[in-house]
Design a protein around this ligand. Structure first.
Ligand SMILES: C[S@@+](CC[C@H](N)C(=O)[O-])C[C@H]1O[C@@H](n2cnc3c(N)ncnc32)[C@H](O)[C@@H]1O
Length: 385
């Protein structure tokens, strides 16, 4: 199948799915019933998700839902992030957007606030607002090659001057059973787009169908299986590697369906929810900080290539020191500050391409010669330990 065929089949299938429930596209998911109470039935019954990334959201966050369909995850996310947060759903299928947009005011009225909007776009090209492009076509219909070329140039300009989703603008990108539908040739671009729109420190929480074995070409060429969320699935480990290649760190499986959703020719297809963080890029500064991996594994390897053994004191740059204090690493490390703090403005560059131990003398200083008895901190009114 060509890229255009994949997209056309997917759009057709989900146009039908927007108008009436298509049972074979449904994968049972247990959403938190508290959030479903204010969501109209037509949204809930045309649910083609396979997981629940909304469980991992926090109040006040700006959330982008890729392939928002009839809007269910957006409407749940709206309630989780609350009036201080914001939710944007992106979908390329007009019939899906119609259902989502007609139900948004009802949900807003019941919630008491409006914080959800829906945009038409392709999730592998989040800078281009297809409705904005349509305005340009209405003004100057494409009836010649010249006009087609001019339209392509205008689309490139719009990506720059009026991006649908700007760089570094979103706290969390979520998606529920959509990434598999994007053509294989465009999947790398899709992960790069997720990375682009996230703020530094932001995260992706993606539920999708994955396969436990490589999918033969004959199955990949079957349009029904592709649009049915089967044959475009990435492999279980390939899904995690795609986040890694895009520059994410702290990538982890937060949920994995034990039983397959479907099995085709012996290949199992199941839902996986993965969380991945943006923010390991940037300059590395030496502030004489050290970390100690607490275990339980004998050794760990992070996404920057630092290999650390349990219990050893390693030199890290200021950036890594900060990252390890936050999720998903919080609790895994002990932190050792130097006796004399080095201000960031005075710090030297740190070579993050190697992993080295931090000698305790570097922490304390070569001149450190203190002797303490240990009495003062341990003795209290009830005696000494
Ligand atoms: C399996 S449904 C999932 C819908 C929704 N996330 C849910 O949980 O019910 C896939 C949705 O993704 C949309 N979609 C598929 N490929 C897309 C693409 N490349 N860009 C934008 N939307 C896409 C379809 O129109 C459809 O609404």
């Amino acid at each position: 199948m060509t890229v255009a065929n994949v997209e056309k089949n997917v759009r057709q299938r989900y146009s039908e799915g927007a108008q009436t429930q298509v049972a074979e596209l449904c994968c049972p998911v247990d959403y938190d019933p508290r959030y479903l109470e204010i969501i109209p039935a037509e949204v809930i019954e045309r649910d083609y998700g396979c997981g629940d990334p909304s469980k991992y959201l926090e109040p006040g966050e700006t959330v982008l839902d890729l392939g928002s369909g009839t809007g269910k995850i957006c409407f749940i996310a709206s309630q989780v992030v609350g009036a201080e947060g914001r939710v944007i759903g992106v979908d390329m299928t007009p019939d899906m957007l119609d259902v989502a947009r007609r139900n948004a005011p009802l949900v807003a009225e019941r919630a008491g606030f409006a914080n959800v909007e829906f945009r038409r776009g392709r999730i592998q090209d989040l800078a281009l607002d297809l409705e904005r492009l349509e305005e340009e076509i209405s003004a100057a219909p494409v009836d010649s090659v010249e006009r087609l070329l001019a339209l392509e140039e205008r689309a490139a300009e719009l990506r720059q001057s009026e991006p649908m989703i700007a760089d570094d603008s979103v706290d969390v990108v979520v998606s529920n059973c959509v990434l598999n539908l994007v053509d294989s040739e465009l999947k790398e671009q899709l992960f790069a787009e997720i990375y682009r729109v996230l703020k530094r420190g932001g995260r992706a929480v993606i539920s999708d169908i994955v396969s436990d074995e490589e999918i033969p070409q004959a199955l990949q060429d079957d349009p029904e299986l592709w649009s049915g969320c089967i044959s475009g699935a990435l492999g279980e480990s390939g899904f995690l590697e795609a986040f890694e290649r895009a520059g994410f760190h702290g990538i982890r499986i937060v949920e994995r369906q034990s039983e397959p959703w479907q099995t085709v020719a012996g290949i199992e297809f199941r839902s996986l929810t993965v969380e991945a963080f943006k923010g390991k890029e940037g300059a590395c500064w030496e502030r004489k900080q050290a970390v100690i991996y607490k275990g339980p594994f004998k050794e760990v390897l992070d996404d920057d290539g630092h290999r650390m053994q349990r219990g050893q004191r390693y030199a890290v740059c200021d950036k890594t020191y900060g990252l390890y204090r936050q999720q998903p690493y919080a609790g895994l490390f002990e932190f050792v500050d130097p006796l004399e703090e080095i201000a960031l403005a005075e710090a030297e560059p740190f070579d993050c391409s190697r992993t080295v131990l931090r000698d305790p003398r570097e922490t304390k200083g070569e001149d450190y010669e203190a002797t303490t008895t240990g009495e003062a901190p341990c003795c209290g009114p009830e005696g000494c330990c």
